[in-house]
Design a protein around this ligand. Structure first.
Ligand code: SAM
Length: 210
């Protein structure tokens, strides 16, 4: 099975629909982001281990989160949880050369590996930073979109602060029972919509789990 077949199924099942997301998923070679011994599973729609107890997200989750983020070319996006760098590459395809992806990872070894992969594939519109992403990255704020690829107890306050007015944030919330949420910032208000149960690794940090 290749990415084309996976995408056909994801469209049928309602995870993805926009041309932008479909094109980006077709373009990014997922096999470059998975360890050597798992490359044969690169186009199986499941999370895969990438070391240090972490995973590369399943393809449907990357696609769904990109759809919910409602990404457009030229946007500045903050990702919390770089992992392999795959999701950042898909977002980088959508925001294009005029856009920027800032991605934070707490495990230095993973950040280093992701940096190398992204550089090799020519994604110079992605910046990978080592740190606690629950604090965001104020140096390049505000962001049009923010997404978190690990589940936290609540939306970290610094992320809300670093989101532009009218901006959207997508993240899983919860410990054992987790739900994917979309938060929209409208002035001083945060409008939250829920998108059903999910399963992510924990968000560990000052504004996450300890
Ligand atoms: N987006 C990734 C990809 O495409 O491979 C999947 C990421 S994995 C599901 C979640 C990542 O979040 C892990 O690499 C983990 O180390 C990282 N993480 C957890 N808490 C974090 C924090 N506070 N700041 C930054 N990264 C964090």
């Amino acid at each position: 099975m290749g990415m084309k077949e996976v995408i056909e199924r994801l469209i049928k099942e309602g995870y993805i629909k926009s041309d932008r997301v479909i094109k980006a998923l077709l373009k990014v070679p997922r096999e470059e982001f998975v360890p050597e011994h798992l490359k044969k599973y690169a186009y199986v729609d499941t999370p895969l281990e990438i070391g240090y107890g972490q995973t590369i997200s399943a393809i449907h989750m990357v696609g769904l989160m990109c759809e919910l983020l409602d990404l457009k070319p030229g946007m500045k996006v903050l990702e919390v949880g770089t992992g392999s760098g795959y999701h950042a590459a898909v977002v980088a395809e959508i925001v294009g050369k005029d856009g920027l992806v800032v991605s934070i990872e707490r495990i230095p070894e993973l950040a280093e590996r992701a940096k190398k992969t992204l550089k090799k594939l020519g994604y110079d519109n992605v910046i990978v930073v080592v740190g606690d992403g629950t604090l965001g990255y104020p140096e390049l704020a505000p962001y049009d979109r923010i997404y978190v690829t690990a589940a936290g107890p609540k939306i970290p306050k610094p992320l809300i602060e670093q989101l532009k007015n009218g901006g959207k944030l997508v993240m899983p919330i919860g410990k054992y029972f987790q739900e994917l949420i979309v938060a929209e910032k409208i002035g001083d208000e945060i409008k939250i919509k829920k998108y059903g149960p999910v399963s992510f690794v924990p968000l560990i940090g000052k504004e996450g789990f300890q």
